[in-house]
Design a protein around this ligand. Structure first.
Ligand code: HEC
Ligand code: HEC
Ligand code: HEC
Ligand code: HEC
Ligand code: HEC
Ligand code: HEC
Length: 505
């Protein structure tokens, strides 16, 4: 059957429409093919989705638009040339059976096309909201966030639940900034590491609070912190604490704790000196019930009047404390403690904590360099310092090496320059200032009151230490903190993070 016999309108016989038809047919077939592959082969390659839902549909529509465009152009050309019998637009007459059939075909076809577009649009929306799309498409860029996310308590929560949230406006906003990000990646203009905090992240009230909300009463949370020292025996030093998380609905009367004070009873605003919000010299607390305001200022290094007037105070929300709910980059100190505690590293290997932390903390250029560097560092150490143990405990040493490599791979990403130092975690105050950004005891109001540094206002210690130095609380008041190493009273005046910055103090 020749083209002419198919009775296409004569105006459609031109280059532009022809190309349009070919493009439309080819992409249509390709899309059907990819769609079927996607369903049956359970392929999770992110590029398949991008191709199917984002690249091909505009190409298909573009092809379809070319058809009438070509016809229009031909029509104009004939009309202008002044030929008497130029091909006319197809006319339409419902009295003719063939025209009725054609109309029916057109209507059914259009409905079919609309349904396919709706399904496709829905799939495209879903796809652009999937963890695969966010985490894997620009794999090298998002790798740190994606890997840390998979090892976090939120591994089953999609990226967009926190980063976009419900509603069409934020969907559109995120896709607009996404366009710039695609450009930044293609042009290799993105920053390494990606700066934190995210300047325009959606307020926590609208994202986190889909699943957690401050009025929910959490009570206290018992938490164990398992530390190992940097001595020859890798001495174990656990700390068992009750953290007064609290919260609660004022209606029900059950109100107390960290969430209550900083959220429900008070509205807190602050001004930070640095971009990462680690240095906070000015805080304003507004009592929600009475409206009474207290301004706390750094006693040693206050902001000037001009600086305060120029600044825009930030309202303290969930993410000011929980800034790493999902992308947690552990320090070597913490990661190796975890490996020792879970017995992935044999604690009887002398000095294994120190040497593992050193091997992990070293600056390597690539992941592969780290892989070799860690292995060599640990092997050389034992063969030189403890040759007997090196010969006796080959297996244990090799297991330790594998574990340190694994911890490295999950927490440090040299290609993106991602390390624990770059992403301070604001919960607690051990490795980072965290709560002590405001609770150092240096922030004071005009009436002399300070933001408390009292160790027992946030938690009580139930037990600490091990072996001969093990201490258990005898009442609900808990124990006074005992620092395992003799550092005089330094821990009372300084922040823990000033010495414990993620490697050996
Ligand atoms: C539980 C909520 C949550 C989930 C789920 C989540 N994120 Fe995040 N993400 C955050 C928060 C909170 C921050 C840091 C905000 C801040 O400090 O400004 C962040 C920061 C980031 C950053 C900036 C760099 C950084 O680490 O601070 C990137 C990039 C990112 N997330 C990507 C992703 C990707 C990709 C996924 C899915 C694989 C994902 N996120 C899932 C909450 C989440
Ligand atoms: C789609 C639901 C969802 C969203 C949105 C969400 N979370 Fe979660 N969150 C969870 C689930 C599920 C858990 C795991 C609970 C568990 O393990 O007991 C969790 C656990 C937590 C925990 C306890 C972690 C731990 O170590 O046990 C914190 C803190 C937390 N979320 C904070 C946040 C913050 C902050 C945000 C906003 C940036 C957020 N969540 C957004 C569902 C969500
Ligand atoms: C002043 C700092 C601070 C703020 C602000 C804050 N939290 Fe928390 N939250 C904590 C601390 C501390 C814990 C105890 C867990 C820990 O130490 O890891 C906690 C625990 C939690 C937990 C786990 C509770 C449990 O028992 O497992 C969830 C969920 C949570 N917070 C959600 C939120 C949400 C949602 C917001 C915002 C509405 C919020 N938090 C605001 C400090 C804060
Ligand atoms: C403003 C509240 C607050 C104050 C004041 C405070 N802490 Fe903490 N502290 C926390 C929170 C929250 C955590 C839990 C961090 C986490 O979940 O990782 C913590 C964790 C700890 C830990 C365990 C850290 C680790 O990683 O092993 C110790 C030990 C500790 N605090 C001791 C103290 C001592 C000693 C003082 C008094 C000088 C003190 N804290 C004052 C909030 C506070
Ligand atoms: C931006 C500054 C800021 C940060 C950071 C901060 N707080 Fe606070 N917090 C305050 C202020 C201000 C108050 C005092 C409110 C008032 O006037 O009663 C307060 C009060 C509290 C109280 C009540 C203390 C009492 O008994 O009077 C607790 C508990 C608390 N914060 C816990 C925490 C924990 C835990 C963290 C870290 C995860 C933290 N805060 C981080 C500003 C901060
Ligand atoms: C003046 C510096 C300094 C300060 C401040 C300090 N420490 Fe330490 N800390 C040390 C030294 C030194 C060691 C011994 C190193 C080792 O062998 O573990 C140590 C060891 C520890 C250990 C044993 C295991 C480990 O992780 O090294 C714990 C737990 C600990 N400190 C907790 C704290 C807490 C909690 C605070 C804050 C309340 C604090 N320290 C403040 C210097 C300090």
């Amino acid at each position: 059957m020749s083209l002419r016999e198919m009775k296409l309108p004569r105006l459609a016989y031109n280059w532009i429409s022809g190309i349009g038809i070919i493009i439309a047919v080819v992409t249509g077939v390709l899309m059907t093919f990819l769609y079927i592959i996607g369903i049956f082969a359970k392929v999770t390659n992110p590029y398949l989705g991008i191709f199917l839902y984002m690249v091909l549909p505009p190409v298909l529509i573009g092809g379809l638009i070319l058809v009438p465009l070509g016809m229009l152009k031909t029509w104009y050309r004939f009309k202008k040339s002044g030929v008497a019998s130029y091909p006319t637009w197809p006319y339409f007459d419902l009295n003719k059976k063939s025209h009725r059939n054609a109309a029916l075909l057109f209507i059914v076809g259009s409905i079919f096309f609309l349904i396919i577009s709706a399904v496709g649009g829905y799939e495209a929306f879903h796809y652009s909201e999937s963890v695969n799309f966010c985490g894997k498409t620009c794999h090298s860029v998002m790798k740190p966030e994606f890997v840390a996310y998979q090892n976090s308590p939120h591994a089953r929560v999609s990226c967009v639940s926190c980063h976009v949230g419900p509603g069409a406006d934020w969907y559109a906003k995120s896709k607009m900034s996404g366009l710039y990000q695609v450009y930044a990646v293609l042009a290799d203009k993105y920053p390494r590491p990606i700066p934190t905090p995210i300047a325009n992240l959606r307020p926590a009230r609208e994202t986190c609070e889909q699943c957690h909300w401050p009025e929910k009463f959490f009570g206290a949370q018992q938490k164990s912190f398992n530390h190992y020292m940097y001595d020859e025996e890798n001495s174990y030093w656990p700390i068992e604490m009750l953290i007064k998380v609290g919260g609660g609905n004022p209606e029900s009367g059950l109100t107390s704790g960290i969430h209550w004070h900083t959220f429900i009873a008070n509205k807190i605003e602050y001004i930070a000196r640095d971009e990462r919000h680690q240095e906070i010299p000015w805080v304003r607390a507004t009592n929600v019930k009475t409206g009474y305001q207290t301004v706390y200022q750094d006693t040693e290094n206050p902001l000037t009047e001009e600086e305060i007037a120029a600044a825009e105070p930030r309202v303290f929300d969930c993410m000011d404390c929980h800034n790493r709910p999902s992308h947690i980059y552990n320090s070597p100190d913490h990661a190796i403690d975890e490996a020792l505690y879970t017995e992935k590293i044999d604690v009887t290997l002398p000095e294994i904590k120190r040497i593992s932390v050193e091997a992990m903390a070293e600056l390597y250029e690539t992941e592969e360099a780290a892989w070799h560097g860690i292995a060599n560092r640990i092997k050389d150490f034992y063969s030189e310092e403890y040759p007997d143990i090196y010969n006796e405990k080959q297996d244990e040493i090799n297991e330790a090496i594998l574990e340190v490599q694994d911890k490295y791979q999950k927490n440090i990403f040299p290609e993106m320059k991602v390390r624990w130092e770059e992403y301070p975690n604001n919960i607690g105050h051990f490795g980072n200032p965290g709560c002590m950004r405001c609770h150092t005891g240096n922030l004071q109001a005009k009436d002399g009151s300070i933001i408390t540094r009292d160790c027992n206002s946030c938690h009580t210690i139930l037990a600490q230490g091990s072996g001969e130095r093990s201490m258990m609380a005898k009442s609900m008041d808990g124990l006074e903190f005992v620092h395992p190493e003799d550092i005089d009273e330094a821990w009372k005046e300084m922040g823990c993070h000033e010495c414990h910055s993620g490697t050996q103090p």
